[in-house]
Ligand binder design. Structure first.
Ligand SMILES: Cc1cc2nc3c(=O)[nH]c(=O)nc-3n(C[C@H](O)[C@H](O)[C@H](O)COP(=O)(O)OP(=O)(O)OC[C@H]3O[C@@H](n4cnc5c(N)ncnc54)[C@H](O)[C@@H]3O)c2cc1C
Ligand SMILES: NC(=O)c1ccc[n+]([C@@H]2O[C@H](COP(=O)([O-])OP(=O)(O)OC[C@H]3O[C@@H](n4cnc5c(N)ncnc54)[C@H](OP(=O)(O)O)[C@@H]3O)[C@@H](O)[C@H]2O)c1
Length: 505
């Protein structure tokens, strides 16, 4: 497939995926060779601009004290469409005056204070430690810090969220990545016109109380906006009414910050995955009662099913109805009376409101998939659009690295993608194999090298090392980490370990 010449590249988001893309491009030379792992290119092939809606880089790992709403406001709950990301995420309309405005000469308006429903804050809370071993929460070219390889650490082999945050901040500072990032700059819309991508950007300035709106053209775009920000809340009969008469008693895990909220309460958790197990381990020692409503078994980690059914936890199927006094009817006909707190640990939505025509999401739920991508990365419709970060695995950071390495190889012109038909065949086969849902994006660690990393690597630039060249010898650490996570769950739940002991020492 012949490829248009690419000079100007936009990256949407400065989380791990956006930072990896930026780093990759800064190490890509005009002759199509890569210097990833050593010095930056003296003459990089692309001009790269990263747009980040927040004031800081690092994505969900740049946790601040800010927090999103615990649950969408009452008027949205009353629409009964609150499982639709287009309903709960409210984007400002694009002012018509922005057309033709530039970064240097933007359209300026007063800051819109109504930005809470953009869901920009991180779901990472102060007590969180990672659920992926420390080897795999780094890119292959980042160092392995010996202090984290200490089995005496209470959370070994994991890192506290502070430690991972600092790993990223060190990387950003060392590589001077901030020089290429425009902060407080939210990409509001993207269209393709006459062969160019036109981005509409809103840059907010809290101090001056104003917003600068402008447009900028690019030849290619990496979408790296993450998919764990827009809360998925299933529509349940009676939820809106319960929230109206009991404000503050419903929360999505995205807004969880402090285990004090569980003290002495009768708590209902909805969900059966990582966030559920994670919060139950903190809630159990403090709460008066813990009930977990699940709709099936966990598709990857059997230990989670066992843990959420362990001594003292009351397991329930899906909710049929919530009464105004907090009593809940489950689909098996059983009732549990008067909950003081309902915690939705029901995941998040993939959502691309600025690019709907190109990145389609199959349904509104935590288990949807993005369609139209070759090797989870290249838009089949237009390969100058690529996504980094859609893959779900136990080695997220290395899958991100593999995606951006392939993007660099293809966009530099060194490697060619197969025909559109072959790309479509790949997607059809993957749907047949895994299903038309989140499983499409999931890869088991045992086969991820052959099924994804190596195929992506075949598109990498010249002299670029395979991201799994060294770390690939340690993939069984993914399973070992699962065993440690399970142990930590029981130790916290059964108070053999206190939360303060998990602070990385
Ligand atoms: C509570 C929680 C715990 C997790 N724990 C782990 C873990 O232990 N290990 C692990 O490997 N993974 C974990 N994850 C998954 C996590 O999302 C990844 O580790 C990683 O952050 C993904 O990086 P990303 O860059 O794709 O997304 P993000 O980190 O979400 O970054 C996306 C960035 O894009 C920006 N953005 C979004 N939209 C726009 C826009 N329109 N314009 C401009 N900027 C925009 C956002 O502000 C954000 O900075 C966890 C997720 C959650 C929610
Ligand atoms: N570092 C950490 O310790 C940590 C902590 C929290 C989260 N995370 C990460 O954050 C990401 C998101 O995890 P998550 O657990 O928030 O989301 P998730 O994995 O998408 O899980 C959502 C859960 O909610 C269930 N669910 C959805 N609708 C439901 C309904 N109507 N009734 C009952 N259950 C329902 C889902 O069931 P189905 O399976 O049937 O869809 C699933 O069990 C993951 O990458 C995870 O690793 C990490």
């Amino acid at each position: 497939m012949t490829f248009p010449l690419i000079e100007n590249v936009a990256v949407i988001g400065a989380g791990p995926a956006g930072l990896a893309a930026l780093y990759e491009f800064l190490h890509l030379n005009k002759d199509g060779s890569s210097t990833v792992g050593s010095n930056k290119s003296a003459d990089p092939i692309f001009n790269v601009t990263v747009f980040e809606q927040k004031a800081v880089p690092g994505g969900i790992w740049a946790q601040t004290n800010d927090v999103d709403l615990p649950i969408p406001p009452q008027n949205i709950l009353e629409t009964s469409e609150y499982n639709n990301p287009d309903v709960i995420q409210i984007n400002q309309p694009i002012p018509k005056e922005v057309i033709g405005k530039t970064y240097q000469s933007p359209y300026v308006k007063k800051l819109n204070p109504e930005r809470q429903l953009e869901w920009t804050h991180s779901g990472v809370y102060p007590d969180l430690f990672t659920n992926v071993a420390c080897r795999f929460t780094r890119f292959s070219y980042q160092p392995i810090e010996p202090e984290y390889w200490d089995e005496k650490r209470s959370i070994y082999p994991f890192l506290t969220q502070e430690e991972l945050k600092s790993r990223f901040q060190t990387f950003i500072t060392k590589e001077n990545l901030s020089d290429y990032i425009r902060y407080n700059s939210r990409v509001q819309n993207v269209i393709k016109d006459k062969g160019k991508w036109i981005l509409t950007i809103r840059e907010s300035n809290e101090v001056l109380n104003r917003e600068n709106w402008y447009q900028q053209e690019f030849d290619a775009i990496v979408v790296a906006n993450g998919h764990y920000s827009i809360p998925n809340i299933p529509v349940i009969q009676g939820l809106a009414e319960f929230n109206k008469s009991n404000p503050g008693k419903v929360i999505h895990s995205n807004a969880y910050r402090d285990s004090k909220i569980f003290q002495g309460k009768r708590v209902l958790f909805v969900g059966g995955s990582i966030s559920t197990a994670n919060l139950v381990q903190y809630a159990f020692p403090l709460a008066n009662k813990v009930v977990v409503s699940r709709r099936g078994s966990h598709k990857v980690f059997p230990w989670i099913d066992e843990a959420l059914n362990s001594d003292g936890i009351i397991g329930k199927p899906e909710i049929q109805q919530i009464d105004h006094d907090g009593s809940v009817l489950f689909i098996d006909g059983t009732i549990e009376s008067r909950f003081d707190l309902i915690v939705f640990t029901t995941g998040y939505h993939f959502h691309y409101p600025f690019l709907n025509d190109y990145l389609e999401v199959t349904e509104n739920s935590n288990s949807s998939r993005v369609s139209g991508l070759y090797l989870q990365t290249f838009s089949i419709k237009d390969p100058t659009l690529a996504l980094a970060g859609a893959v779900v695995s136990g080695i997220n950071f290395l899958t991100i690295e593999s995606c951006v390495a392939a993007i660099a190889g293809v966009w530099s012109g060194v490697k060619q993608l197969p025909s559109k038909e072959k790309q479509e065949d790949w997607e059809v086969e993957r749907v047949k194999l895994r299903g038309n849902n989140l499983s499409f994006h999931h890869y088991a660690y045992e086969t991820i090298k052959e099924d994804l990393i190596d195929p992506l690597y075949s598109y990498a630039a010249n002299e670029r090392a395979n991201p799994l060249m060294e770390d690939g010898n340690f993939l069984d650490e993914v399973a070992i980490a699962g065993i440690s996570l399970k142990k930590l769950f029981y130790n916290l739940k059964e108070e053999r370990l206190t939360v303060s002991q998990t602070k990385g020492i």
